[in-house]
Design a protein around this ligand. Structure first.
Ligand code: NAP
Length: 496
């Protein structure tokens, strides 16, 4: 299946984790059509393997398997579900390094980041193994002495989980951990670019003894994704959808789910402001900016997308940031010390390249970078800093999803907030300030679901992740993550 020496070593050490079949009803299966699609390493362009190119008929089998499994999985005790999840987590920890290598291979991110993603992704299974036992009901004081009001939380049923390529491990575990803890069963559709991480997770789930049909993975090419998504949204056997990806696809799924009034959780694109106020500690802001912007080569939905810097600290922030960026090491994520890898595919590469061209043609100034880094490979783009940004540039309104820093200068807090909130998106926002009153004022006024104050990295299993406006619906992670996968049943006991 796989070729390069690095891959051969990985293959020898972890053959059981590298799967070229999909996972339905506890079985490793080809597509019913027998079609496959190729998966490439974005750093080298090399084909690293093939996965089954499934379609609606395979998806129907997966949905039926999940619906059958739900009949018994929903009746397992919370304690049993907790134990299954804990076992799965322990196996993920034991296989940490090999999982990280698979992530680097197919997603292209530096190995050190893939290790971080695996730790982060594993933490959701650990967290929800604990949370499974705390999905409590309520007894509400009744206004009538002869009636008792009981409230219980029940699993919604089969959940369709659609995941993106930028966090091929964590975006699956964040959903599946909550779903399984709640008593739901799942049909998972990973992105075309990154099916192998999802399949490796299924191998570990099988080893953990999670019953057949509880977790199913349907792999497919980009071409087949719409028909699979459509069936997941419209099948009467599926109770809800949890999607992470673009706002455009999120809107489509939302519409499709309306036909069956399906439950839907949407984690969509962001356009995060990163505001540095005059009172900020500039060194901390630069550190936070680097962490927030360059993780996964900027291909993170909570990545800072627009840097707004107040007049007095503007020069100092920009100088220090450019220096840091010029020190970044680019290259193949498999090599030691690499901090910035390639973009995931040609579509992403062209988008980033076009956004820079558009900004430059409308008067943006390039302080560093600004062009492809072809010496490393076809999909590498130089970490870039653009200033003199104007409202008519695409980088002002669009999510870059790449290693591009756009910097605006502003004068007053009011102006900074106005620019920050002038977007339809509202996922994450960051700001740096040492003024306590300003901290509380701005944290309240920023129109986002998640706010980093003097902090550039905010995601953790314990905290609710999600957006407002067109960035999505619902929350993942934390005890709120259970809500998308449970419904509330009110039971009235009368004639007491
Ligand atoms: P995307 O095109 O929306 O793809 C995401 C997933 O949806 C992939 O599995 C994709 O499969 C699948 N898909 C595509 N079209 C579909 C359809 N019509 N029906 C059902 N499924 C469909 O997004 P992307 O380009 O991979 O990711 C980039 C975007 O995702 C960015 O805007 C980013 O901000 C957002 N994102 C958000 C979060 C968050 O938590 N809020 C996290 C990561 C990414 P294929 O790969 O096979 O096309």
């Amino acid at each position: 299946m796989l070729k390069t020496p690095w891959i051969r070593t990985l293959q020898a050490r972890s053959m059981h984790l590298l799967k070229d079949k999909a996972f339905i009803d506890g079985q490793w299966l080809p597509a019913q059509s027998n079609k496959v699609f190729s998966v490439t390493n974005p750093a080298t362009g090399e084909v690293i393997g093939t996965a089954p190119d499934m379609d609606q008929s395979d998806t129907q089998s997966a949905i039926e398997a999940a619906a059958t499994a739900f009949k018994t999985w929903q009746d397992t005790t919370a304690k049993d579900r907790s134990h299954f999840l804990r076992k799965w987590y322990d196996l993920m920890v034991q296989n940490h390094e090999n999982l990280a290598k698979i992530v680097t291979l197919e997603a292209g991110k530096p190995l050190v980041e893939s290790r971080g993603e695996v730790t982060y992704g594993n933490s959701f299974i650990e967290f929800f193994s604990e949370e499974a036992r705390r999905i409590h009901g309520e007894i509400i004081p009744s206004p009538t002495p002869t009636k008792k009001i009981l409230v219980e939380k029940h699993p919604i049923g089969v959940a369709g989980l659609i995941a993106p390529w930028n966090f091929p491990h964590a975006m699956i575990t964040r959903k599946a951990g909550a779903a399984l803890a709640s008593g739901c069963t799942c049909v998972i559709k990973p992105a075309e670019d990154t099916p192998f991480t999802a399949l490796a997770l299924m191998e570990l789930a099988q080893q953990a003894g999670i019953p057949k049909g509880v977790l199913n993975v349907v792999t497919s090419s980009r071409e087949n994704a719409p028909q699979i998504g459509n069936l997941l949204c419209e099948s009467p056997l599926v109770a809800g959808i949890s999607f992470t990806g673009s706002t455009q696809v999120g809107k489509l799924l939302y519409r499709q789910c309306s036909s069956g009034i399906k439950r839907i959780g949407l984690e969509l694109g962001g356009n995060a402001p990163f505001i540095v106020f005059d009172s900020a500690k500039v060194g901390n802001a630069v550190k936070g900016a680097m962490a927030s912007k360059f993780r996964n080569c900027g291909q993170t939905c909570v990545s800072s997308n627009r840097f707004l810097v107040q007049r007095q600290v503007y020069d100092s922030f920009v100088d220090q940031l450019v220096k840091e960026i010029q020190g970044l090491k680019m290259g193949n994520g498999q090599e030691a010390g690499v901090q910035v890898g390639p973009l995931i595919n040609h579509t992403q590469f062209d988008k980033v390249s076009d956004l820079v061209k558009d900004a430059v043609s409308k008067g943006a100034k390039v302080l560093t970078g600004g062009k492809p880094a072809t010496q490393f490979g076809e999909l590498f783009y130089e970490p870039t800093v653009l200033t003199d940004i104007k409202e008519n540039m695409r980088v002002y309104t669009e999510e870059v999803f790449g290693p591009i820093v756009n910097i605006f200068r502003f004068e007053t807090e009011e102006e900074g907030l106005r620019i920050a909130n002038s977007t339809e998106r509202g996922l994450a926002g960051y700001f740096y300030s040492e003024d306590v009153a300003q901290i509380f004022r701005v944290a309240r006024k920023l129109e986002v679901g998640m706010c980093g104050v003097n902090e550039g990295i905010i995601s953790t299993a314990e905290a609710p992740f999600g957006g407002i406006k067109e960035s999505g619906l619902g929350r993942e992670g934390s005890h709120h993550g259970i809500d998308d996968f449970t419904y509330i049943k009110y039971i009235c006991v009368g004639n007491l």
